[in-house]
Design a protein around this ligand. Structure first.
Ligand code: SAH
Ligand code: SF4
Length: 346
């Protein structure tokens, strides 16, 4: 594997490339984050140094496919250097604000029964540089990005070290300078890691895929819930909130006939009691061969009304990106198969 320069901070770049004075590391970092992909173009480096470094690879991944949706959502498929594939999505809101939805793993081991990524299983964790490269590819294609959500493929908490490193890089003032509050880490609810994230003191936002506040239903949909009871999950969220003092987003994928009844709303009320939360209602996006139904608009609206009547703060995530399978839970790429995005070209 080629080293991932995109996964390095300025200091690490100058150490790794063995260059002095150390401010050269800053300069290289700035160029990388301005989207320059060749040392030859780093015009404030001495010519001799540019010559020495010119064979080095900056981006280790390439875009093998791009899909654009009418609503402004774009999905790119990246081919990594070991020929694994991952997907990243760009979302644009009504104020033209751009959010990068990044993957933390190729595939996912968590096995949620309603999610397409789960059908891939886990291929491997991503390196911090591979996470940063998703951002760089999206930004170079679609312009300045202001927000990041770790809601692509994978479970960020199962790869927390690399995720946090990528956040440190993307937050760095000499690079993208993305504020921590503009970064959201989404998890299926690995409680130890939620506490670990709280203990770092880094003020990123937390989103939790709650899906159901009924122990039995949740455990049927999410194998993780077999190990992590709702009680433990709640305790970890209380811990997070005491440290971070921020509202936590509860992601609630609404599936017809599964978690859309009044008793589900009441259980959700109990679970969120004592927590400052916003519940994000995400109508289930269809995935081939999965045995669920998307709720119709009436069901979605009436569930939202039930929550509001119970004094729960709610938002609804629009069904963005569906035509490109770039909506939540629709990310999955066949690996190294005849259907791989660039088959026939290699
Ligand atoms: N693994 C992390 C982050 C990635 S999943 C997590 O689970 O939180 C991003 C979001 O998409 C999660 O909230 C997940 O519940 C949701 N999701 C998964 N499958 C979906 C589907 N088919 N339709 C709508 N949302 C889905
Ligand atoms: Fe993994 Fe999240 Fe999908 Fe569950 S919902 S399988 S944790 S990506």
């Amino acid at each position: 594997m080629k080293p991932l320069l995109t996964g390095m901070l300025p200091k690490e770049l100058s150490q790794y490339l063995n260059i002095k004075p150390s401010f050269r590391g800053n300069q290289i970092f700035e160029w990388i984050h301005r989207g320059i992909t060749s040392f030859t173009d780093m015009t404030n480096l001495p010519l001799e140094l540019r010559e020495t470094l010119k064979e080095k690879t900056i981006l280790t991944s390439e875009v093998s496919k791009e899909e654009l949706s009418d609503d402004g959502t774009a999905k790119i498929t990246l081919k990594l250097q070991d020929n694994s594939y991952i997907e990243s999505v760009l979302l644009v809101d009504e104020n033209e604000r751009k959010t990068a939805c990044l993957s933390s793993q190729a595939g996912c081991a968590m096995g949620c029964t309603f999610c397409k990524t789960a059908t891939m299983g886990l291929i491997r964790n991503l390196d911090a540089g591979e996470i940063v490269e998703q951002f760089l590819h999206l930004q170079s294609r679609y312009g300045n990005i202001s927000n990041i959500v770790f809601m692509g493929m994978g479970e960020p908490m199962a790869n927390l070290t690399e995720v946090m490193k990528s956040i440190e890089i993307l937050h760095h003032p000499k690079g993208q300078n993305i504020g921590h509050r503009r970064i959201t880490v989404s998890t299926s609810g690995i409680t130890e890691k939620i506490k670990e994230l709280a203990d770092t003191g880094i003020p990123v936002r937390l989103a939790v895929s709650l899906i159901s506040a009924d122990e039995k239903i949740r455990a049927e949909l999410m194998p993780v819930a077999g190990k992590e009871t709702l009680k433990n999950l709640k305790a970890s969220l209380v811990y997070f909130q005491e440290k971070a003092k921020k509202r936590i987003t509860m992601e609630y994928v609404l599936m017809a006939g599964i978690n859309d009844k009044r008793e589900d709303a009441i259980k959700l009320r109990h679970f969120t009691h004592n927590l400052k939360t916003i519940v994000n209602i995400i109508p289930w996006n269809p995935v081939d061969d999965l045995p669920y139904r998307e709720p119709d608009d009436k069901t979605v609206e009436s569930f939202i009304t039930m929550l509001e009547e119970l004094s729960i703060t709610v938002t609804k995530r629009y069904r963005k990106g569906r035509s490109v399978n770039g909506a939540c839970g629709q990310l999955a790429v066949l690996q190294n198969s005849p259907d791989s995005p660039d088959s026939g070209r290699a």
